[in-house]
Each structure stands twice: as C-alpha cells, then as structure tokens.
Design a protein around this ligand. Sequence first.
Ligand code: SAM
Ligand code: SF4
Length: 355
Amino acid sequence: MDGITEIDQYGATAAHLEVPTAPTSPLIDPFGRAITYVRVSVTDRCDFRCAYCMSEDMNFLPKRDLLTLEELDRLCTAFIRRGTRKLRITGGEPLVRRNIMSLFRGLSRHLHSAALDEVTVTTNGSQLSRYATELADYGVKRINVSLDTLDPAKFRQITRWGDFDKVMAGIDAAQRAGLAIKINTVALKDFNENEFERLLVWAHGRGMDITFIEVMPLGEIEGERADQYLPLSQVRARFMDRYTLIDSTYRTGGPARYVTVKETGGRLGFITPLTHNFCESCNRVRVTCTGTLYMCLGQEDAADLRAPLRASTSDDLLDAAITRAIARKPKGHDFIIDRAGRAPAVGRHMSVTGG
Ligand code: SAM
Ligand code: SF4
C-alpha cells in the first residue's frame, strides 16, 4: 500500500497529501542561515523519568492540546515545502505515542519523492524491540539512542523507571533491522564520569557512534544543575590521554562536532552548548507536540502554529506564521549555569522541546 492511501486512514485531506518538489520559498533567517532541519516533538510523555530531564511527578499536557498525527504530518509537510531536508522525531519518548508508526509511514512519502533527505528518531530505546523493523521499512536509516550508563543499577537510578535489559534488547533489534545507531550520553559529574571509556569501547565495538552531551539548564528538576555539570573540554582532555583523536569533518546536520578515535576506528562526538557556542551555524528549529515553534532551544521566544493549523484546512495561515517566526530567529542562545542564579536559564523541560 502506498503512503498516501495509508495517511488517509487517519483522516488527512487531499490538500495535505501533496508531495512538495522544490521549495516554494525557502526559509532564510535574518542572519542568512537556511532553515533545513526541523526537530519535532510528538509527545511530552515518557516511560522514563531521567533525573536531569524530568521531575518524578511530571504534569503532562492534556491530550486535546497535542497536535493529532494528521496535524503533525501537515506541519512537517509545510516545512518540507519550504526547504526542510531533515526531520528528527523526538519527545518525550516519541515511540510511546499511540499509533506513532502511522506518522513515520506518512512521512516516508517525502523520502520516496526525494523532497526530504532523512527522517531520524531520538529515543530512549525502550520500544525499539517492537518498532525497529517498521522504522526501517518506513525509510528511517539512523537513530539516536540515549544511554548514560552500562551499569543496570545506575541505569535504574538515573532513569528512575527504565529497564536496562529492555533497552539493550532494543539496540540489538535496531541493529538487526539495519538501523545505524548513535549513542547519546549526557556527561554527569559524579555519576557516569568514570564510565566514559567503557561506553566508548562498547559503542565502537558494536559499530555505533557515540556523542557526549553537556547537561543543559532546561526546566526545574530536583537537585541542582551546577552539581551535574561537567564541561566536555575535561572529558575530551581525558580521552586524549589514552586515545588519538583525529578531527573529522563528518557532520550530521546537528550540533555535534566529531573526531575519529584512531585506536577504535569509531566516531566520537561532543555537543557543547555551554563551553562552545555553536549558534553561528544553526540551521534548525524545534516544534513541540502542541505546535509551538521554538526558533532557538535556548530562548523563550516562540510562535504558535497550532492556531493557524486548526483555523483553516488550507495551509496559507500556517505558511504565513512560519515565515513570521523565522524572521525572529535569534542569533544565539543565553545558556549559563551558575550557582548564584538557581533558576534554569529556560523554564521548559527538554522533554517539551525535544532533544
Ligand atoms: N526520550 C528520548 C531520549 O531520551 O532519547 C528523546 C527525548 S530526550 C529529551 C532527548 C535527549 O535530550 C536525550 O539524549 C537526553 O539525554 C537529552 N536531555 C534531556 N534533558 C537534558 C538536559 N537537561 N541537558 C542535556 N541533555 C538533556
Ligand atoms: Fe524520557 Fe528522554 Fe527525558 Fe529520559 S531524557 S526522561 S527518556 S524524554
């Protein structure tokens, strides 16, 4: 069955099923950056409660506030029409959203038409045993799996609710399905800093890239950010004591900078929002599961796309709202972690904006 017929199952109208060819009017921000990468959060819910990401008793959004899967498809298609080449589906945990495979199935038409280069997913891995094959069938080639430790007890401690064996089985299933995996590890002081080498050797031994991420000040959590923060410059220096790191030009369109580790032959990435300002080459925006467009992960300014989506079955209002929003994309973010100012730099959690 082709993608178009299948989307009909969740009620899209013909106008929204059009397959864009060349961008009608590309999205260029005031600093000349082309916006070609959209991260879409499909839910704020999650089956884990990672200590740096969520508080244990999170209040989630009422279902009616969420964009439907059809609305998410329309929104993605509107961005693709304006030159988006890469979509990353994230959350919350994207794979816990009910019927989420129908979104991937629908979006695969843009891969078939070559309007889109890539659909990727960021996941905690808990549902991969169930979905890896389907993801591959719908054209997903690469996924990011978040994993902060290889110790099952510590895994339970940091995720609060996560099941380590399930995630390992998910990674196995994804590799069997042919998906390339990048492991994302948040560097947490006094938690996993003694495990970085083990994680690197494990990931590279299985043919997976690994990227370390600095903890970002997003949302209120129990505990203090400054206690978790570990600058990646230190992590890199420690690796350099033991390994030969060769600068790499490899880029995935995201903010990670990569090196190749000579001894393992694998790729190692660093995402350093706090120690290195990567904003100058920013090509991306984020949309939340309620259709709020954030032009910058580190700023509060946002545009509501849900109202124009719901106001009309044509996409004219939506297109105009996207154009107005991109014209406000700021030059860079305002992250700082300091002990004196204890409030997070940005009030929303990562699980709202998506990672
Ligand atoms: N649930 C999925 C997962 O864990 O991969 C997707 C959403 S999660 C919010 C995306 C990524 O953000 C994960 O790699 C997670 O470790 C990271 N993350 C969450 N909160 C963070 C924070 N405060 N600072 C840095 N990274 C964070
Ligand atoms: Fe869930 Fe991902 Fe946040 Fe962990 S990092 S609580 S898995 S959304």
